[in-house]
Design a binder for this molecule. Structure first.
Ligand code: URA
Length: 434
């Protein structure tokens, strides 16, 4: 078999067989197919797509390109979640301790982020002492001891995806449905959980800019998950404005903690309950979503979710006093405020631009080798639909470098749109695939 022939086939709109996909993925992972041929293939896939059978075969081939996590030494149904990402997405940090506090077993691998802010792993590392590197044995025994663990994704988990994603990132071939679905699901399937709940984002701050495309991605991923023998559900959620009010790293951990204290922003709290109740049902701990949601609300109200967060932080070497005193999660000392220029209502916030501001401040990575400044970030005092009077603070930037802060402030100013008409903020849950 020759990669050249497979590129020609896909360029002409042909369908790759399972054997051809396996040949391509396993040879590429070994280094036997060069990046330039693989990038020609990913571009051909962008133009001509892959059907469902090809997408499924691509996923399984990438899943099988490296190690698979064996969670069989943990009793009960192990549940995983994945979000397709967006601005201000600190969901796992609140969601996992909450769901685990009602008895659901969670063994989660997470990535570092490229882009606006760090990934879950970077955000967690803004907690003093917190460690996300551990052996597989330690990971499994932590889940057996306290019900949950989050570790950095190992290099050997779906290595084909790691290599391919890095290539797609620099060849403008990320935003293709089959490539996204197979990338995400190969890692989820290799990570070994019995059930997977997906949060598929739709909107200006997401890969999928409209609910129809997000639904198509969700449908594909759920079918792949079920075909691989997993319980799998997806919720399609709005990413037209940042999630919650905090964007950054330490500042997002603060917001996640506040949410478990019952003082989180409405949209973020709603998302955590929506995903959490589905995870609880998948784990067989509640008969339906309404019972599951009641259990989660009670765990927030009686402090058990917060106690589980502390247990989790301690188990991973972190300073759990940050839960009672969030000022331990240091924010940069310098602040700049963005003020409203006129009276009216916030009509729109360019989600990606807010993310860019965080990146400019140093809260994210442009290249894998960049280091993140956990203390910088943005707090949005006003969101879509809020009334504003001239001179009100719309948002605050926390910064360590004035030049970067000035650049971020002028972008943030352009990202905020106000008008005289009241606009209702968008619905958070746009759909679901079960
Ligand atoms: N997240 C992934 O892991 N892969 C993609 O292709 C897109 C988002």
């Amino acid at each position: 078999m020759r990669m050249y022939d497979l590129i020609v086939k896909k360029k002409q709109g042909g369908e790759l067989t399972k054997e051809e996909i396996d040949f391509m993925i396993q040879s590429y992972t070994r280094g036997d197919i060069p990046d330039y041929q693989m990038s020609a293939m990913t571009m051909a896939i962008c133009f001509n797509g892959m059907n469902e059978r090809e997408t499924g075969d691509l996923t399984l081939s990438m899943r099988d390109s490296g190690d698979k996590v064996d969670l069989s030494n943990i009793d009960g149904i192990k549940v995983d979640k994945h979000s397709t990402g967006g601005v201000g997405d600190k969901t796992s940090i609140a969601l996992l301790p909450l769901v685990s506090s009602v008895g659901v077993k969670l063994a989660k691998m997470s990535g570092r982020g490229l882009g606006h802010t760090g990934g879950t792993i970077d955000k967690l590392e803004s907690i003093p002492g917190f460690k996300t590197e551990m052996s597989m044995d330690a990971f499994i025994s932590q889940v057996n001891d306290i019900g949950m663990a989050i570790m950095g994704q190992t290099a050997d988990l779906a290595p084909a995806d790691k290599k391919l994603y890095a290539l797609r990132d620099v060849t403008a071939t990320v935003d293709q449905l089959s490539l996204i679905a197979s990338s995400i699901m190969s890692k989820k399937l290799a990570a070994g959980a019995d059930a997977i709940v997906l949060d598929v984002k739709s909107g200006s701050g997401a890969f999928m800019k409209n609910p129809e495309d997000a639904k198509a991605l969700a449908d594909t991923m759920v079918r792949i998950g079920k075909h691989a023998g997993k319980q799998c559900k997806a919720v399609i959620t709005n990413m037209d404005e940042p999630l919650g009010r905090a964007v950054g790293n330490a500042i997002e951990v603060r917001e996640a903690i506040d949410t478990l204290k019952g003082k989180g922003p409405d949209d973020f709290t709603q998302l955590v309950l929506a995903l959490g109740s589905r995870m609880v049902v998948c784990a067989g701990k509640a008969k339906d979503l309404s019972e599951a949601e009641d259990m989660l609300k009670k765990a927030i109200a009686d402090g058990s979710a917060l106690e589980q967060l502390k247990r989790f932080i301690i188990a991973q070497g972190g300073d759990a006093s940050c839960v009672d005193d969030t000022s331990i999660l240091k924010l940069a000392d310098n602040v700049l405020e963005l003020k409203a220029q006129s009276d009216g209502y916030v009509s729109h916030i360019d989600c990606d631009e807010v993310g860019m501001c965080s990146l400019i401040l140093g809260g994210g990575r442009e290249k894998k080798t960049d280091t993140i400044d956990p203390s910088v970030g943005i707090y949005l005092y006003k969101k879509v639909g809020d009334k504003v009077c001239s001179g009100d603070t719309l948002a605050v930037l926390y910064y360590n470098d004035r030049e970067k802060a000035d650049a971020a402030l002028s972008r943030l100013k352009a990202a905020y749109h106000t008008g005289s008409e009241k606009v209702s903020h968008g619905t958070l849950i746009l759909g679901e695939v079960d």
